[in-house]
Design a protein around this ligand. Structure first.
Ligand code: ATP
Length: 313
């Protein structure tokens, strides 16, 4: 008796040519390697912001590979959430953005060769999500964080000026400029997992995170991770320049928690009231008020061939 051959993989390679480190040559190499491994590969290049979210609705593939940064992955995850009644494809991320926080979170491979090897090995870890209602409209999933306050103002300032070639420098310059601006604080309502009564805090910057990383390789909190269920709140009570500088130094040294100026802990749901900009996964996303909760949909993210597929605890 002969064994039936495994069905060929059907892969859609979704490309954002506007991502910070878009590399068409690396993508052509990757598509060639995947095809040599027996997959059928269809490349779809984004024509405008939001295009990939719309096009993912009609795809009939078992693997969606996203070439871009965290904003592009967020777009595609939003498109997958909109068609959640259909089988979910596995997600492959080809990091070509500016900060690529998701790639740091999972230690994702970056070269075409290592990504093709990861697809062939087929090791995955769960990608848990949160969801934001309010802000710029309908509920929208996120995998890194949703926040209001200082960092959301910086994201809005950088995106508004389309600083693509020098985006990292633009973040630093905008951060320095906005650090001296005063903003009205937010009234934040926190529901801890299992708690019936909420807790109320006033914060200058309010972050609801799934990720442990922040701004690339830096660590915001060691108490969470994208591969774990649940949300974590990190709030800065004061974000005047000296307090902000202390927070930045703490993040650079490996986590913000434990500082006197910080409120943090696991949460099931968060409401952020007030008037300020919101960012979701590093992209501007309207204004407060917003409600943040756990999203039930969980994706399978392909990880490096030599990585442990067990979720970290
Ligand atoms: N065809 C397109 N033209 C212009 N912008 C696009 C297009 N397709 C998507 N976009 C937008 O490009 C923006 C930037 O993408 P992305 O966040 O992936 O890259 P990045 O900012 O360089 O990386 P990171 O978020 O990891 O720092 C997103 O807001 C996305 O909506």
């Amino acid at each position: 008796m002969t064994e039936a051959a495994a069905p060929a993989r059907r892969i859609a390679l979704l490309v954002n040519p506007a991502a910070g480190r878009h590399d068409p040559w690396a993508l052509a190499r990757l598509a060639g390697m995947l095809a040599r491994d027996g997959a059928s590969v269809e490349t779809l290049t984004s024509r405008a912001p939001g295009d990939l979210a719309a096009r993912v609705a009609d795809l009939d593939v078992d693997t969606v590979a996203v070439a871009g940064g965290d904003g592009t992955v967020n777009e595609v995850v939003g498109g997958l959430a909109a068609r959640r009644d259909r089988p979910l494809p596995r997600l492959v991320v080809v990091p070509q953005g500016t900060a690529d926080v998701l790639a740091h979170e999972y230690g994702l491979p970056r070269s075409a060769q290592a990504i093709a090897a990861a697809v062939a090995a087929g090791r995955t870890r769960p990608l848990h999500l949160g969801t934001v209602a309010g802000g710029d409209g309908a509920a929208r999933p996120f995998f890194l964080m949703a926040s209001a306050g200082f960092d959301a103002e910086v994201v809005a300032a950088v995106e508004a000026r389309h600083f693509k070639p020098l985006k990292k420098l633009a973040f630093v310059l905008s951060a320095l400029r906005l650090a001296i601006h005063r903003r009205a604080p937010f009234e934040v309502t926190l529901w801890a997992p299992g708690a019936t009564e909420p807790r109320h805090v006033t914060c200058a910057t309010a972050i609801v995170t799934k990720a442990r990383h922040y701004g690339g390789p830096f660590v915001l909190t060691r108490e969470t991770g994208c591969d774990r269920a649940g949300l974590h709140f990190v709030g800065l009570i004061d974000d005047r320049p000296a307090a902000l500088a202390a927070a930045v130094l703490k993040i650079a040294r490996g986590a913000l928690e434990g500082a006197a100026n910080v409120v943090s802990g696991p949460v099931a749901r968060v409401r952020i009231d007030g008037a300020g900009a919101v960012q979701i996964d590093g992209e501007p996303a309207g204004h407060t008020p917003i409600d943040v909760a756990v999203e039930e949909m969980v994706l399978d993210l392909v990880i490096a061939a030599d990585r442990d597929a067990t979720p970290q605890s």
